[in-house]
Design a protein around this ligand. Sequence first.
Ligand SMILES: Nc1ncnc2c1ncn2[C@@H]1O[C@H](COP(=O)(O)OP(=O)(O)O)[C@@H](O)[C@H]1O
Ligand SMILES: [Mg+2]
Length: 283
Amino acid sequence: MSRFESRVGTTGDATAGTHWGETGMSDARIQELEEQIQLLEDQLLQTQRLSSVGALASSITHEFNNILTTVINYAKMGVRHKDAKTRDKAFDRILSAGQRASKITTGMLAYARNSSDRMEPVELNKLLEDVLVLMQKDLQMHRIGLDLDVEPAVWALANSSQIQQILMNLIVNARQAMDEGGRLKLSIRANAAENWAEISVGDSGCGIPHEQLQKIFDPFFTTKKTDARGQGGTGIGLSVCRKIIEAHQGRIRVESEVGRGTTFTLKLPLSKSPAGLIDTSAA
Ligand SMILES: Nc1ncnc2c1ncn2[C@@H]1O[C@H](COP(=O)(O)OP(=O)(O)O)[C@@H](O)[C@H]1O
Ligand SMILES: [Mg+2]
């Protein structure tokens, strides 16, 4: 078993007023470049967020197809049979199919649009639920089983759409590492002693060789070849995960064993549930 924890806080420590010796760059020029880098990093984050939605295009299209089939068939049934009982049933089915579709589009739009970087108390099991609405069909289509081990009412101080982005990236990677019949294990727990909220994403996939473990968080590091549909790795996913975790002053670590699987663990600052909010999680 090999492990690696991405070091946080090694970047961005160039203090104001630093001179770059021979280069002769002025402080103003350095600041201008730093601002440009920041802008590009923000854009990369947003672009990567949209491309992670792209990875789900095929499964979500399938799901919508199924929903439409349901709607059409029950509408036909309702038209054909005039009795109240059959019509009620048809309406019920059409309604729940429509609600399912609306949940997916709402989740999708919220995820794609939200580019704020505000941190606030976030309930992690609720957040994971939102991610699973978008990802469940993809797992189903690839015959991946899901094990959930989720402590209720774990709150972290976080930006929810950025944490969703990390989970999408980790879950897509996990799924890609597994063959049919693989198992994805998602867990959430509060580590009160160390003041962390911990989320882990484990898979029973191919694992990562020891010598690659240090490199996987590097931008553009990928082992995925372009497939027949032109889809391959970009090597951006985990580097974006690391950036986001740095901004949260959290940790990301990976444990892997070739042939047995990989587990990524995120640690985020634990937060109290917002005051005044009624805790319904015990229900
Ligand atoms: N769950 C996993 N199992 C095995 N290998 C993984 C897993 N997650 C990431 N990797 C490795 O890390 C590399 C970088 O991942 P990532 O940054 O998401 O880029 P990409 O998915 O585009 O290749 C992958 O190409 C793969 O080699
Ligand atoms: Mg990836």
